[in-house]
Design a protein around this ligand. Sequence first.
Ligand code: NAD
Length: 498
Amino acid sequence: MSTTTQNLLPCPLYINGEWTERPDLPTSPVHNPSTGDVIAETPLADASTVNEAVQAAKDAFPSWWETPAIERARVMFKYRTLLEQEFDSICKTISLENGKTLGESRGELQRGLECVEYACGIPELLKGEYLENIARGIDCEVIRQPLGVCAGITPFNFPAMIAMWMFPLAISSGNTFIFKPSEKVPLTAIRLIELLDKAGLPKGVLNLVHGGKESVDALLTHPDVRGISFVGSTPVARYIYETGTKHGKRVQSNGGAKNHVIIMPDAEVKSSVNGIMGGAFGCAGERCMAIANAVCVGDASKTVLPELVDAARNLKVGPTDRDPQPQMGAVITREHRDRVTELITAGSDQGGKILSDGRGMNVAEAPNGFYLGATVVDEVAPSSTLAETEIFGPVLSVLRASDLDEALKIANASAFGNGTAIFTTSGRAAREFKHRVQAGMVGINVGVPAPMAMFPFSGWNQSFFGDLHIQGRDGVRFYTREKTVTSRWFGDEDVWRK
Ligand code: NAD
């Protein structure tokens, strides 16, 4: 049962440098997953509201583009300082509306901050190429220019970091931007944009629009939007890519995942258990890089698995808005908790053996929170629902393989291809895995190999639709287009040849 807190938190839009409440718009509730309370109502922007934001971004573009890159970088430097000052309070907002622990929120915001730091180097990142004398007296250069108005659409699970994958690089590259966060977590977005405003970003350069499908469709089809960055589930990611490109936009679209970790019999037990626990149950499994399937090779099921099950059974779950902090928080909504519960039951019905059961988790101090305990299901068949479906909750399926070849076959049969990892002490096995595994982000004795700001977030297969990935140099390339200039000068030889 949801209760509504008496004082709902404000949820304004930010268009053309002005904060604006839109009581005329329909709304969608925002929960505190730790308690089940409704804490805000997200206004769902319609097409005409989105059009206002796009117009503001379009009007702001010419002068922002003419602003020297070093001056745009200065806004990022100021932004970075303000983010550091407000760091703890933003983390509280992330945990409040997402349910993850404060430690996880800190990790998330730190990753986002690093994206801002990367964007501080934009004058260097935007430098082009030059070759003199491509023919006698003729020179050629490549310069990078911004696309114009770009938009970013983000999921609920990393309210700060995923937004910061996008707008710092987009605007420091000279674009203007519309940010549409998940309607489930609008409050962190507001905090991030308040500080950008304080950092002196000119009006209209970044606009915040809340909403659901209608607002996204308005962005996807608007003729003045040139680039779309999306992160979310695979069906929506595919839709965004197809619709956006059909409307002539450049699109990078990150989808869902089902990540495999291979545990070799020679894996070092303690560090493997730590890495897999973090990968499977960190952020309550609501991570596109979460470890979902653990493939135990040979005796790994006798060495690593028992310790893993023991750790899962003892993982402390609870509300993240009080001390002491739990090891795992709630999932995002009641509906999501119920869906995950049903998937665990389906896994057991299909022959999986539940070794740690997180269904029906009762947290006495917060009986209405959306809790699940850490769940481990063993002997899951590779073609079962549990093994193939993205669950996005604290559920680890264990599959068995007799050798690395068989384990790779299982991992490579996945329709997704986001993250993957191997735990082993054999360099040869690690090298073989790195070479043959069909996924875009690979960990060797690293459970969550999520790349930092200077590297691309490079999912494959149904985990990514597009060409240029988010973050790093790919990110700069995505938000700019190249212009190749060939030049030759005639006349005035008398200036230098007397
Ligand atoms: P989601 O796809 O439901 O929503 C993502 C965004 O799309 C939200 O802003 C939402 O308002 C919008 N949206 C939802 N349905 C839409 C529709 N029919 N048409 C247009 N827009 C729509 O995803 P979520 O539940 O918020 O996030 C979880 C998903 O995101 C998981 O599948 C997870 O794997 C994925 N994810 C992927 C990455 C990655 O980098 N690959 C990172 C984080 C999360």
